[in-house]
Design a protein around this ligand. Sequence first.
Ligand code: AMP
Length: 830
Amino acid sequence: MVVLYFLLLWIELHDVFPRASNVADTIISSQSLSDGQTLVSQGGSFELGFFSPGNSRKRYLGIWYKNIPIRTFVWVANRENPINDFSGVLMINSTGSLVLLIHTNGSGTVIWSSSLSKEADHHQINPIVAQLLDSGNLVLKDEKGSEPESYLWQSFDYPTDTLLPGMKVGWDLRSGLNRRLTSWKSADDPSPGDLSYGIELHNFPEPSMWKGHTKIYRAGPWNGIRYSGAFDLRPNPLYQFDFNLSQEAAFYTYQLKNKSVITRTTLSPTTNSYDRSTWVEVDRTWEVYVSVPRDHCDSYGLCGAHGICVISESPVCECLKGFMPKSPESWNSMDWSNGCVRDKPLNCPEDGFAKFEGVKVPDTTYTWVNTSKNLKGCQAKCLANCSCMAYTNTDIRSGGSGCAMWFGDLIDIRQLPASGQDLYIRMPNSELSMWANNWSKMKSAVVTVAAIATVSGMLIISLILSSFTTFKKKTKANNVGVCRNKDHNIEVQKEDQELPLFKLTTIANATNNFSPNNKLGEGGFGAVYKGALLDGQEIAVKRLSMNSRQGLTEFKNEVILIAKLQHRNLVRLLGCCIQGEEMMLIYEYMPNKSLDYFIFDQTRSKLLDWSRCFHIICGIARGLLYLHQDSRLRIIHRDLKASNVLLDDEMTPKISDFGLAKNFESDQNEARTRRIVGTYGYMAPEYAIDGLYSIKSDVFSFGVLLLEIVSGEKNRGFDHPSHSLNLIGHAWKLWNEGKPFELMNALYMDSCSVSVVLRCIHIGLLCVQQHPEDRPNMSYVVLMLDNESPMPQPKQPGFFIGRNPLEEPNSSMRKPCSNNELTLTSLEAR
Ligand code: AMP
């Protein structure tokens, strides 16, 4: 090793580095740290210098333990940019950044530099110095500054694969800094491997470990004592630990109790684990103290949705009480990935909650938190929201406090009898009362019932019944009886009441004998006419075209589905008319036509301002949530698009056209079809390519629609001078370039709230994710639209390039004949 000024046991870097102002960023200074020289921290614990790992000949700048004979690296600067010779030099440049230079043709090239987390003050009197602290932290600071707050940059903020005592894993929410660990590729290659560990910033943050794009382990959210699933994270003689959650930060950190102990946590690419190890001097070895994932039950989502992992059982997966395997065959063959579905469907608001004791709480991606609510308030809040599936205390100390609620599927629960917490899961009252009967016989109680559900449920039911009676009186249809026609095998009941049947003469009179002047448009099963009943009520009449077999299928579908639904954001069916060959549906008339009429037209979109647009976005989201979750059916619309959203006189959006919609059983999550129907530009990849549809394929269409509303551009047919991406791709590009706001339709610039627009774009990108499981469900979308809490980061979306596979000339798939905006249908039976 070259003998230089660095031979002292510790060296303050400012003795070595010249004043920042004297150093040019391309000139190698004699005061810099060259390959072959090292710096040693003041207490002698760590050393900074150049090294070649394992069998590699490449050179890296890094930090390692000074006194440990097995060379153990804790940080690497240029992990992605190795040096091929010994020309590396570390110095401070004229702007006060730490830079790593190499020689190229007599000049220096920067291959790594510290980003300044704080702006250096160019007028400052004291020079900037870089110092290796005895904690292993390389800091850049004012020569006189010693407090962490004064550091201009620190290596602890940019961890590689190791968490040392005093380091943080997690977020600085003011600066957006996310401190995440990423494994080395191999022992010879410190470049970032595919194993990573960090804090997921949900409403209820929790750490997780990823292998590439797959989550492989989740520790669970912090419950005041430990991570919900980290049963072995207990007070111990070695270190104390803490999770800091505030408006400003969300991070985990630990400190040594006994400074003579050498301990660290690292990500191991060979075992795919996150290990805490301690140096044992007598054995001269690193001893692994704790390693996660610990066992089979720690494998993320092993038992699927609504499954619970019990490590003492064989096999380890069970369905939660009140649930049964979704696919018994695969479940019995130990493939639990399909998870479990309810024995009995929910009957909101007539539900209650079952208490599951001693568990690791489910994945917190779709959660809502209120730390000031107690358990009782939490129960009431969850009960009042039909999308809320479970709740618990956020803090289990001293009797428990705070409220966390789950939306959507409950994933990755495990039984932890000694250290788990109580989770309250929504159950239909019928299920709960059945358990209650069994309890009294068996005298074993595990469940509590939310009694207020019955009272509020009855209240709500009587309200619905009385408003329905009023509605019936108001429609004043001039005919009565079930909307039934045996020839066409249509039999409909609206919320178990009769759907008014209109006479053909009534409709013919109302529409001026189906005059072309009354024609509003042409849809999936025929023409739509405007009309007025004798009492003045305006109607829209969908008339099945005489020779459309396809139309008949869609007609039946629409009658059967929409007749059972009522929501402020769904177009309302007033009745039907079936007489001879004529088949018609009669709707309330929407005077403001459809959404596409406004948003894609430069002149008409001026009639909208941003708050109207946002109101429309929220309305569509609520309508879709009702279809997916809150109505008595579970409906996938399959053709959500701007032209299928109608606007009433107050510009309230109403989802229409249920001709292609599908009704799922309450326990069904997805279906496959060979008959791919829908509209180019709005179809989710898995549906367009494999015919797989689910609530998440509707979420994709909603995401496209949201981006279209924000931008005033069509996804399909989007044209940009500098690239050939579609609107999704354009939004994703802007997002990655840090300028998503540029997506915004310039017309709304004056009326918009920047944060709400950015929120909408963020949600839009989450909805158009490539994989259905990465898309939020509509209850979470509604929550995100209402709420200013942090959201997951979007990954690369699906179908973001200009054309989708269905449209490629060589596509092996059937290519239905359609123009851009028309719904694709085929003549095959549904
Ligand atoms: P659809 O068959 O639902 O696609 O309808 C075709 C077109 O008819 C729509 O794009 C609207 O312009 C118009 N339309 C359908 N239903 C109504 C309604 N209830 N009120 C006003 N216009 C409607």
